[in-house]
Ligand binder design. Structure first.
Ligand code: AHR
Length: 526
């Protein structure tokens, strides 16, 4: 082992110091990997909305996770729990998608407006069959987004709503005239129209959204879009519900058949892909206590995302060479089996170092394809699937995924920089191999160069040398790692896994260091 290289990387901040030192000493170095940064060829802007968050009326995602109500014993700001709000503000959440998901196609907006104690109580037939008192509705969503400084993505109800209901919701939100719906909004406490940044017609039309064919959905999309009239200065980006996993026919049919005229606008097609450790929906795999086989298969399944993106983008490039239509992965993340004792309809799951790695791999991919991917939403923000935050009544913890999103904040609206990964070893498990290093780079809004690196290998560190056209001096940043594959935070021990500081000094204009196994780093490089 080249100890000089190891100790050029100075790691501070306990307790991660001990973990990192331990993994560095037991690791075997491989052939060196060179990370070449092409700073002279800046690429597309990494739209901040790639860091969008999805929140659905599902389990404890909204009720308890975000909304506790003004009378709650849990400290809150106008009904939104203060601890969660503060943590999300630190993440600089750029965009919130609501109200679903599958829930969106059964959501009737009128149920969620007016005095809270008079709102309709509905049954959430998608998620656990629980009642929903609709205390969180349109006004609460916009108040929440305003507190976060986030843009708003509303998912309209195509499945059980009419084009009239959808058009009137839009009118309620954005109309500035004296119409009945605009005045109803005023009566309910909001004078000025809101800005609806994004609006989708339906969700997962191939499944919970109505089990449609692409042909049938495309016709319905055009039908509904024709009646969503919006003023010129308040036009949401219109999103059509696309396919999932390896499906291509949704993108193909939509791009060939929906004209981008004013009446039938379609500025983006959505796509969903969830990472399942086993790839099998009947036995997805467990959030905790998994072995290296499932670490490997989870990361391998995550990286399938690149193929799905490439194949869909090839179709879009053929039919829309000017890249007018975006490709939004508006649901992504890990999905595990419910833990014993948990309500399977609530999709609550723990979140480990493995989830942090999944997040880093996906974000690095989204950066790479930023030219067409202007928005993505991790599913979901709090207490559901791959969450940023978990709560248990008044307690809350930040997950490893939260820490990745925080470390990656400088990439929001950064200019992407091409990265070549040259040489080095692959991560081998059994007969299968994965690229060991994942990377992405960008020039942040502050003018600094940022580089994200992940070593997916569960056991071996990697010797890395970072090079650019210009001479490099230092790299300063944060590293996230843990001593076990499923290292995670609990309500009793909420700081087991959190980022530690790391810095590297250059030699002869290059930065060389050992990247610990199963670790993710974000550097600011000078
Ligand atoms: O995120 C949970 C569910 O996953 C969403 O409601 C749905 O769109 C998808 O199938």
């Amino acid at each position: 082992m080249n100890f000089n290289k190891v100790f050029q990387s100075r790691v501070t901040k306990l307790p991660a110091l001990y973990c990192l030192m331990a993994v560095l000493f037991i690791s075997q170095p491989n052939a060196e990997t060179v990370i070449q940064l092409d700073t002279n060829s800046p690429g597309a802007i990494i739209n901040k909305n790639i860091y969008g968050q999805f929140m659905e009326h599902l389990g404890r995602g909204i009720y308890e996770g975000v909304w506790v109500g003004e009378g709650s014993k849990i400290e809150n700001v106008n009904g939104f729990r203060t601890d969660v709000l503060t943590a999300l503000q630190e993440l600089e959440v750029p965009l919130v998608r609501w109200p679903g998901g599958c829930f969106a196609d059964e959501y009737h907006w009128r149920d969620g407006i007016g005095p809270r104690d008079q709102r309709t109580v509905t049954v959430n037939t998608n998620w656990g069959g629980v009642t929903d008192n609709n205390a969180f509705g349109t006004h609460e969503l916009f108040d929440f987004a305003e507190l976060l400084g986030a843009e708003v993505y509303i998912n309209g109800n195509l499945g059980t709503g009419t084009s009239k209901e959808m058009a009137q919701w839009i009118e309620y939100m954005i109309c500035d005239s004296q119409s009945t719906h605009a005045n109803l909004r005023r009566k309910n406490g909001r004078d000025k129209p809101w800005k609806v940044d994004y609006f989708a017609i339906g969700n997962e039309a191939w499944g919970c959204g109505g089990s449609m064919t692409p042909e049938y959905y495309t016709n319905l999309y055009k039908h509904y879009a024709s009646f969503l009239k919006t003023p010129g200065d308040n036009q949401p980006v219109m999103i059509a519900s696309g396919g999932h996993t390896e499906q291509l026919e949704w993108t193909e049919h939509l791009i060939k058949n929906v004209e981008s005229s004013w009446a039938m606008r379609m500025q983006a097609i959505s796509h969903h892909y969830y990472t399942l450790p086993t790839g099998n929906w009947d036995k997805k795999g467990s959030a905790l206590n998994f072995d290296e086989k499932e670490w490997f298969s989870t990361l391998k399944n995550t990286l399938r995302m690149e193929g799905f993106i490439k194949n869909n983008l090839a179709i879009l490039d053929e039919h829309d060479p000017d890249k007018k239509v975006g490709f939004y992965v508006d649901e992504w993340g890990t999905w595990y089996d419910a833990a014993e004792g948990d309500d399977p309809g609530f999709l609550y799951q723990q979140n480990t170092l493995r989830d942090a790695m999944v997040a880093a791999l996906n974000l690095n991919l989204f950066h790479q394809y930023a030219e067409r991917i202007h928005m993505t939403n991790i599913a979901q923000m709090v207490n559901v699937l791959q969450a940023m935050i978990l709560t248990d009544k008044e307690k809350m913890l930040l997950t490893p995924t939260y820490h990745i999103f925080k470390m990656y904040v400088p990439f929001q609206d950064a200019v992407s920089i091409p990265v070549s990964i040259l040489g080095g070893e692959q991560y081998q498990f059994g007969d299968e191999k994965l690229s060991k290093i994942s990377a992405s780079a960008g020039i942040g809004k502050d003018g600094k160069l940022y580089l994200a690196l992940a070593n997916v290998d569960a056991n071996n560190a990697e010797s890395l040398t970072i090079k650019a056209e210009q001479s490099l001096h230092t790299a300063v940043g944060q590293i996230l790692t843990g001593n076990k594959l499923d290292t995670h935070n609990t309500f009793e021990n909420p700081h087991v896994i959190q980022p530690a500081s790391i810095s590297v000094n250059a030699k002869n204009g290059d930065l060389s260091f050992m990247l610990a196994p199963k670790s993710i780093v974000v550097f600011s490089i000078e």
